[in-house]
Write a protein that binds this ligand. Sequence first.
Ligand code: GMT
Length: 387
Amino acid sequence: MSAPASLKIGITCYPSVGGSGILATTLGEELAARGHEIHFISYERPFRLPPDSDHIRFHAVEINSYGLFKYPDYTLPLSVKLAEVSRDYGLDLIHAHYAVPHATAALLARDMLPEHRRPKVVTTLHGTDTTLLGADAGYGPAIRHALEYADGITTVSEFLRAETKRVIAVKRPIEVIHNFFTPRAPARTRAEVRRELGVADDQILLFHSSNLRPVKRVADVLAAFAQVQPRTCKLLILAGGDFKAYAADLARLGIADRVIVRENISAIEDYLQAVDLGLFASESESFCLSILEAMAFACPSVSTSVGGIPEVIIDGETGILAPLGDTAALAAALSALIADPARRARLGAAAKLRAQEKFSAPVIVERYLAFYREVCAAGTLRDGAGL
Ligand code: GMT
């Protein structure tokens, strides 16, 4: 069966600050801009999603709490809403971002519908759905089942594809489609934003952006920053979570007056244009969308060399990589780049070019569309692997 020119796609993702939801939201917007009909289905409106329009509609999943349940359930109401939206709007495809619980709910939704109205299901793995939950005995078999029965699987890096095959033992083909970022025009000027942050023109502004979960090793970010020379530079943290837990680290390291925190920012471009160097100390990262967001603004990053990050940063060309846990090496790389503005500019320009050539919407959205069409054209897959 060949796919229609304009596709009707349901996207389910986490709506909160986090790379998988951000990627899913932007992908939906880009697809809508190309004339496809996009339905977002989640428990809340994704935080970067613009208001509903001709081609974008948000459907909220309502969750009731029943006395019988000790733990609230989201998977079943999500599957019912996915099935309803598929039926009412005639979806061609459901794209589940982050396997748990979205991939399982999408399969249930598909199987609830009569055969001739079943959408195809594509699952994109983003990171810890493989590296953490895939290895968890309570989740792994369910994730494997959801992947074996999906109509298509993608991962956001080669690293994550290899990990998915290793950790979850998925036998099916997996398509690697890297993340992308499309910067919106900043609403304020660089000078205005730096004024808001209290950063002088000649001061270097370092930057870290994450959801602050343990995998991001924020304590290492702060420890590395505390060793950076000169001590006049500042660190902006765009936090997708509560930063209060780190107040003691700031005081102990003597950096409280040089660390600026902004929580749950959606106008990220305003800040990205104002920063000079990124700093990331993650212990695992399938891609690290935040590094790409900075690259799009010609801002190179210093990062730990883990997971899929070497697919994003070419060491010495578009940023600098350091060993995991080596805060002195991170600080040395930052200090070297601060001391050499010409090299910093060279790396920044190369980073921006790489972002445009490899990880931009025109390149990546076409890859997703081609994959959707391939999946829609293929027959139905019903032979799972079992436990
Ligand atoms: O897997 C996670 O930790 C969640 C996910 C998220 O929602 O932020 O992050 C992952 O997906 C991002 C978007 O594809 C990637 O940029 C992150 O590297 C990845 N995080 C990890 O692998 C830890």
